[in-house]
Design a protein around this ligand. Structure first.
Ligand code: SF4
Ligand code: SF4
Ligand code: FES
Length: 252
């Protein structure tokens, strides 16, 4: 939050309207500046994130949030770092979903039709209610990848679940107690290990690592100061951007 944001909001408080919206956090009313994400608004209201916050960029899935709008019976499930506040939101932060991952040794599994079912037999209990799909902030067709896993279509289950960020919002609402994101992860692991063609780039990079090519570089990094690391980060070359100057992007 910038000083300008705070100043604008303070100026708006006495009249309680201009540039702000009314939200409720754990039942308590707050007015916060328009344009904030839920995460920023919660911090602006004075709360500090100890958990349920990670990347702040929609990747880690840590910031699952539930809200309901006034006069709406339906609950909405979103990521706090990616969703803008709206007037009349009643917000609740929810703790991490404690859905345990089953233990398995990927080297001992085979990419056969029933392999996922044998590790996560509860997928056979799916009643096709589609609640998981409706809960997903990544717009993944979650029910479809569970059905693919059930049919033994590992490739498709891996492909459909590829954008999963493991937030757990599907699992917390599933009436069949399915741990969807672990199912998708297993499908992707099986596909990566057994079904996709071998990546030559990855193979040669692994060989380089094993030969110790990067050991000295890592030691040098460990000995650098925070300032030196920050400078290196600012001047880093982003592969996808080729030789473009990324200084402006990084300094934002
Ligand atoms: S929420 Fe559970 S039971 Fe419903 S479709 Fe998804 S996996 Fe199946
Ligand atoms: S599939 Fe489930 S765990 Fe993955 S992003 Fe969607 S809701 Fe979150
Ligand atoms: S904090 Fe990582 S997805 Fe929101």
């Amino acid at each position: 939050m910038t000083e300008t944001d705070v100043e604008c909001a303070k100026q708006a408080e006495p009249t309680q309207e201009a540039g702000t919206v009314e939200i409720f956090i754990m039942g308590k009313r707050y007015r916060v500046p328009i344009g904030f994400t839920i995460m920023k608004a919660i911090e602006y209201a004075g709360y500090q994130y100890i958990r349920s916050c990670g990347c702040r960029a929609g990747f880690c899935g840590a910031c699952s949030t539930v809200y309901r709008k006034e006069d709406e019976q339906k609950l909405s499930f979103v990521l706090a770092c990616q969703t803008l506040i709206e007037d009349g939101m009643y917000l609740v932060q929810i703790p991490f979903v404690p859905a345990n991952r089953e233990k398995y040794d990927l080297d001992e599994l085979k990419p056969e039709d029933n392999v996922i079912l044998s590790i996560y037999p509860e997928i056979a209990r799916c009643v096709s209610c589609n609640t998981c799909t409706k809960s997903c902030p990544q717009d993944i067709n979650v029910m479809q990848y569970i059905q693919c896993a059930l049919r033994g279509d590992i490739e498709k289950a891996a492909e459909i679940s590829f954008d999963c960020i493991q937030c757990g919002m599907c699992a917390m609402r599933c009436p069949a107690d399915i741990k969807h994101y672990h199912v998708g992860q297993l499908a992707r692991r099986l596909r990566g290990k057994y079904l996709d063609p071998e990546s030559h780039d990855l193979k040669s990079r692994l060989e380089e690592m094993k030969s110790g090519k990067y050991d000295q570089g890592i030691k040098d990094l460990m000995n650098k100061s925070d300032e030196e690391l920050t400078e290196m980060y600012r001047n880093r070359k982003i592969e996808a951007a080729g030789d473009l100057d990324n200084t402006e992007e990084v300094s934002k």
